[in-house]
Each structure stands twice: as C-alpha cells, then as structure tokens.
Design a protein around this ligand. Structure first.
Ligand SMILES: NC(=O)c1ccc[n+]([C@@H]2O[C@H](COP(=O)([O-])OP(=O)(O)OC[C@H]3O[C@@H](n4cnc5c(N)ncnc54)[C@H](OP(=O)(O)O)[C@@H]3O)[C@@H](O)[C@H]2O)c1
Length: 274
C-alpha cells in the first residue's frame, strides 16, 4: 500500500490522465484526495470518481485555486507553451509547502523557479504509464530537498519505474524513453505492413508482430540476458535470420537513432528557448 499526500493535477489530458490512473489504483491511498483540472467540461467530466474532484475552467473559473487548496503535490500537465502563464496565475494560490512537478518537455526548472517561489521538480514520464509500465526521468530543482524528490518518486512509481537524473540530462532522456514508445510503435507499424505485403491479413499480421514485440520484451526483462545474446540465440550461423540481420545492419540503425534523437534534442532546445 502506497500513501501520498493531497495531489492536484493541473492539465489532465493524455499524460496527466495516465498518471491519474496510477493514483486511483486500489493499492494507492491519497490522503486529502485528488483534485484535477482541464479547460473543457468534455475533458473534466469523465475524470470524476470516488476520491477525484474534477474541475473544468470553463465552468469553474477559479478551478486552479480550488484544486490547489491543501495540495502538497502539484502536477503540471499542460502543454509546454502554456506552463509559464499557468505558473504565473497559480503562484499566489500554491500552499507554502507545495511541491510543483512539471512533466512539460523543454520548460526548464530555472524558468519555473523564476515564476513561483516554492519547490519545483521536472519529470519526463512516457505513455506506457497508462498500463503501469512508464519509465519516468525525475530531476531535482535548486530548492528541493531529498524528501521532496522521494515524494515525487513515490508518485511516479505508481505508474512504473523512476530514474533520478540531473536536469541537464532530462531532454536527452526524453529523446530515448519519452519519445521511445513512438519509435517502438513505428517499428511495429512497418513490420506489420511488411507482413501484410506478404499476403497475411491485417489481423494475422497484428497477431504476429504485436505478439513478437510483447514476447521479446518479456523475454528480455524476465531473462536478464543481454539483448545481443538473445539476438544471437535466434540467429543460427548461415541461417535465415542471419541474412535478415545482415540487411538491417547495413542500414546502420545506430546512426539512424543517433540522428533521430539529435533531432528530438534540438527541438527540446527550441522549446526551452520559447
Ligand atoms: N504525451 C506524451 O507522451 C508525453 C510524455 C512526456 C511528457 N509529456 C508532457 O505532458 C504535457 C501534456 O501533454 P499531453 O500529451 O498530455 O497533452 P494533452 O492531452 O493535450 O493534455 C493537456 C491538457 O491540459 C488541459 N489544459 C489546457 N490548459 C489548461 C489550463 N490552463 N488549466 C488546466 N488544464 C488545462 C487540456 O484540457 P482541454 O483539452 O480541456 O483544453 C488538456 O486536457 C506536455 O507538457 C508534454 O510535454 C507528454
């Protein structure tokens, strides 16, 4: 059983909603409850449940202030461009001991600390949070204590695993694990298209490809064996897999991933520069 103090989530869309789903599991007790906000009623209404008060700004103009009353952990889940305005607006309503944790890409702790006087942390979760399998990078701020970081770690551990990293590594982490689910889904899409091109139905192709990704990931994690060794075990000398791997290696995937992540990193810097 995990116990957390009162939590507010401001901006409860895809990512905020995924984290909310972790917090509402029976194994998690949030003392003082959870209050979440969104702009629209359409987004806010479905999130109401036992222990969750969900506010829409279009219906309750002081929703942020209401959500922040008594909140010890404040998760900022709006789009990066909206973070500075939101922080400016909520600064007077934050509790003195509130820990503000932003999941916004590219918005630095220095920027956020210039807008509010309390503790600020940065986190970078990923969408497998929805199924309790997130990888979250967590960076401390200049005003945070070890206890503040530990509390935020407990929050994100309700949806998966947490890596504490210095803030100067958060953008790099984001290009691997934050964006990473998109890379995996892209590989799934393309291999599925190849299977369909060979004459399998879309359902058959999905069964083969999804099952292979899931089974391989589970094998990797449960065996603890290095992925290169697991690959070797599928690759008999002079066999069929060896031929396919030779073709993939000639495409220099490492160089491709280097370029893709460098491009994502450049975009994070653009976002940070506003
Ligand atoms: N998606 C990812 O994989 C991922 C991964 C890591 C980090 N992040 C970060 O998570 C943040 C949110 O991304 P997302 O994909 O979850 O976007 P999203 O689904 O659009 O969620 C943003 C939510 O914020 C609400 N909102 C807008 N202005 C608000 C305000 N002033 N007060 C309260 N709520 C407000 C929106 O409500 P309405 O729709 O009602 O306007 C929306 O539900 C971003 O900063 C992003 O960098 C995302």
């Amino acid at each position: 059983m995990v116990t957390l103090p009162s939590i507010a989530i401001l901006g409860t869309g895809s990512m905020g909603g995924a984290i909310l789903s972790g917090l509402t599991q029976p194994s998690v007790s949030v003392e003082g409850g959870i209050r979440v906000t969104n702009r629209t009623i359409a987004k806010a209404r479905p999130l109401s449940s036992a222990g969750v008060d969900s506010f829409a700004l279009e219906e309750t103009p002081d929703a942020s202030a209401q959500a922040l009353k008594g909140a010890r952990l404040v998760l900022i889940g709006v789009k990066p461009a909206m973070v500075p305005d939101l922080l400016r607006e909520i600064a007077p309503a934050l509790e003195p001991d509130a820990i503000v944790v932003s999941v916004a890409a590219g918005v630095t702790i220095a920027t956020m600390e210039s807008l509010i006087s309390g503790v600020v942390l940065r986190a970078m979760p990923n969408t497998p949070a929805v199924v309790g399998r997130a990888v979250t990078g967590l960076a401390s701020g200049s005003r945070s204590t070890e206890a503040d970081v530990a509390l935020a770690r407990t929050l994100f551990e309700t949806v998966g695993t947490v890596l504490e990293v210095p803030e100067n590594k958060i953008d790099a982490l984001s290009t691997i694990s934050g964006s990473g689910p998109a890379y995996v889904f892209y590989l799934v899409e393309e291999l599925t298209r190849t299977a369909v091109g060979m004459g399998f139905s879309p359902d058959e192709a999905a069964a083969m490809v999804n099952g292979t990704f899931l089974g391989s990931a589970e094998l990797l994690v449960s065996s603890g064996v290095d992925p290169a060794e697991l690959r070797r075990r599928v690759t008999s000398p002079h066999g069929t897999t060896e031929r396919a791997i030779e073709v993939l290696q000639s495409a220099d995937l490492k160089e491709l991933f280097d370029r893709a992540t460098a491009s994502a990193l450049a975009r994070a810097k653009e976002l940070a520069a506003g």
